[in-house]
Write a protein that binds this ligand. Structure first.
Ligand SMILES: Cc1cc2nc3c(=O)[nH]c(=O)nc-3n(C[C@H](O)[C@H](O)[C@H](O)COP(=O)(O)O)c2cc1C
Length: 227
């Protein structure tokens, strides 16, 4: 396979962005609700997002500055209040999510614009999105201000809301019920509707059966299943 190698020291920021967002895919989308100092509710999507630790339960967000260098409302609110909620984006809500990415004047509540309903928080003052099938309430664990004006937010999850229909008594989440959407590069998105199982390999069985140097054929595809 012929490859191209890119030295990031030679790449403009925009090109670094293009490669990273094209290669690290699909990225989950944190649909973040937050409150400003006056209690105005804000909502915006962020795909520089993932879970980084389960004990303590830490999620990470990457918040870019606005083109004029000022903080996005989400970053300002999280700094101000020290808390926020991550709502999970299901396929049915993807268009409403994009409404919340519009740069409205400060004070306009995106959820109202998108026809969505706030629901009270449990351990945070920040409302969650009632229509979201899952939401994670977070308090700030650490804020990292990067020299380029970006803010890395490490949030500790202190409560989760999950629709009854998609979580069982053993806390297994039904991935098809969640129907989460991921972000690819540019305007592209991915669904999680085509899943397959791949069991972990037992080391003893591997030692006994493997054929050195031979790659195993890909596991067979399985139809969508309920967890
Ligand atoms: C799917 C999606 C993912 C996004 N991911 C990010 C991101 O990771 N970081 C970021 O700074 N902006 C991201 N944006 C842009 C913000 O959502 C947008 O700037 C928004 O207006 C910020 O709103 P706020 O000022 O209310 O915080 C994303 C937009 C979309 C549609």
């Amino acid at each position: 396979m012929s490859t191209r190698t890119f030295d990031f020291a030679d790449l403009a920021g925009r090109d670094q962005y293009k490669l990273l967002t094209g290669l690290v895919v699909p990225r989950p989308i944190a649909w973040v609700t937050s409150l400003d100092a006056d209690g105005v509710l804000n909502a915006a999507p962020f795909s520089f997002f993932n879970v980084l630790s389960s004990e303590p339960p830490i999620i990470g967000l990457g918040l870019e500055p606005r083109p004029d260098g000022s903080l996005k409302d989400t970053a300002a609110n999280i700094r101000e209040r020290g808390e926020f909620t991550v709502n999970i984006v299901s396929n049915a809500l993807v268009e409403a999510m994009t409404v919340c990415a519009i740069t409205f004047p400060h004070g306009v509540e995106e959820l109202t614009e998108a026809g969505l309903t706030p629901a009270p928080g449990f351990k945070v003052a920040t409302p969650r999105i009632a229509e979201a099938r899952a939401a994670l309430e977070c308090k700030v664990f650490q804020l990292i201000a990067l020299p380029t004006g970006r803010t890395i937010v490490l949030g500790e999850v202190i409560a989760a809301h999950v629709a009854d229909a998609i979580v069982n008594d053993r806390l297994h989440v039904d991935a098809h019920g969640l129907d989460a959407v991921g972000r690819m590069g540019g305007a592209a998105y991915a669904t999680t509707r085509y899943l397959f199982d791949l069991d972990r390999i037992d080391p003893a069985a591997w030692q006994e059966n493997h054929d050195p140097g031979q790659r195993r054929p890909h596991a067979s595809w399985t139809p969508p299943r309920k967890c």
